[in-house]
Design a protein around this ligand. Structure first.
Ligand code: 57M
Length: 362
């Protein structure tokens, strides 16, 4: 909004020329997201604690430690992330950019699905929440609308192109298959973050890392000169998502202040479904879905561990891991929570560097 209001005045006031620069507005978005989250965090947590009395329902078939250390922690902290993310994006992004609204649609839409799930868990005092199939159908419907909108905003044939990393300008035109593929990316990313969010700080830091990488990717993909130099497809207008990703980084760091062990609040499905959906949508707009799978490889790893565990259990009655997702397996092995979390952060960081290298290694 500031861009739309102030940049036109830059002829009279030269300093307002700064608003033309994506880098300036992305920096502003990071700081605003962080400040809003830090400012509203304490009162939000008090409000959630008051409303939720006993906090997040803790499953009794999970790691025993959770029943002791996690009891009473309020959930739905995702409301704080979405507040900070929304305010910062609306303040710093160019509101005439359709990609920004399409990504916000996914983010806030998935946040609402998660909120209803969390609300049911807390009010019904069980960890079931919304029926899984209903959640999935709602996620697919929102993703279909958003991907159709994104494709309509993107000039052909780029609208259905899948960019392949490590190869110069190699794009595969998926044609009619692109829509279901892109929907799968958004819904998959959302549920992958949801599964991962099972230890203090475990999900939010890899989200911050991925959002940082995609702030750079969006900036480069949206910049005709840099895209040409790096020999990646230029997606005009996608650069504005650098501002959205910056807001996500700031809001995420602000939330981490309160989710750091021992967590004062959990993000809930309100946060995890929204964060994953947001990253998936940015990956689709920039057509860097494969790079997203690399950068978000920790989320992929956790999801694959569940698929393998459930498949093995159903087919052979035997478990591959002591418990899925993967972080529970290491808990069962006796690793301390902080050990698991920090080692998973390191893995996320290494995967982010590999993802970034795809921009140059062609
Ligand atoms: C998302 N939710 C956390 C919190 C967070 C198919 C199966 C693998 C599904 C999976 C599942 O239910 N996943 C749901 C993970 C939960 O966190 C809440 O959920 C939100 C995220 N969606 O924001 O509100 C618990 O995680 C802990 N937590 C923290 N710190 C945080 O910052 O300590 C969360 C955030 C919280 C808290 O204790 O209550 C979760 O773990 O449920 N199911 C599982 O993950 C279960 N695994 C399982 O059933 N494995 C079986 C299957 C695969 C056959 C097996 O391996 O044999 C385990 N999870 C739990 N108990 N908690 C085991 C049962």
């Amino acid at each position: 909004m500031l861009y739309n209001l102030l940049y036109p005045l830059s002829d009279e006031f030269g300093v307002l020329n700064l608003f033309k620069y994506l880098t300036f507005r992305t920096g502003g978005a990071v700081i605003t997201g962080l400040i809003v989250a830090l400012l509203f965090g304490p009162s939000m947590i008090r409000w959630l604690r008051r409303k939720q009395k006993e906090g997040q329902p803790i499953r009794d078939d999970g790691p025993e430690s959770h029943l002791l250390t996690k009891k009473g922690t309020p959930t739905m902290g995702g409301i704080l992330i979405l507040l900070a993310l929304g305010v910062s994006t609306l303040l710093w992004a160019d509101l005439r950019n359709g990609y920004v609204w399409a990504v916000l649609l996914v983010t806030l839409g998935y946040g609402m699905i998660g909120f209803m799930d969390d609300f049911l868990k807390v009010t019904k005092r069980n960890s079931k929440g919304l029926p899984g199939k209903l959640k999935l159908v709602c996620q697919i419907v929102i993703a279909v609308v958003a991907v159709s909108w994104i494709m309509a905003l993107t000039r052909e044939p780029l609208d259905s192109a899948l960019m392949v990393p490590f190869f110069k300008n190699l794009t595969i035109d998926l044609g009619v298959l692109y829509l279901p593929f892109a929907v799968f990316v958004i819904v998959g990313a959302s549920n992958a973050v949801n599964l991962t969010d099972g230890l203090d700080g475990l999900a939010i830091v890899p989200v911050i890392i991925a959002a940082s990488v995609f702030a750079l990717i969006a900036y480069l993909v949206g910049h005709s000169v840099f895209a040409n130099y790096l020999q990646i497809q230029n997606v005009p207008g996608s650069g504005e998502l650098a501002v959205f990703c910056g807001a996500l980084v700031g809001a995420g760091i602000g939330f981490l202040w309160f989710n750091a062990p021992p967590a004062m609040v959990f993000m809930g499905d309100t946060g995890s479904l929204a964060m994953g959906g947001a990253l998936g949508a940015v990956g689709v707009v920039t057509h860097h879905e494969i790079v997203l799978a690399i950068v978000g490889g920790l989320f992929v790893l956790e999801t694959v561990s569940v698929i393998v565990q459930v498949a093995s259990f159903k087919l052979t009655g035997k478990r591959v891991f002591r418990m899925a997702p993967l972080h529970h397996h290491f808990e069962k092995k006796g690793w301390a929570e902080s050990t698991i979390v920090i080692r998973f952060w390191i893995i996320a960081g290494v995967l982010a560097l590999i993802g970034l290298s795809t921009l140059k290694l062609r």
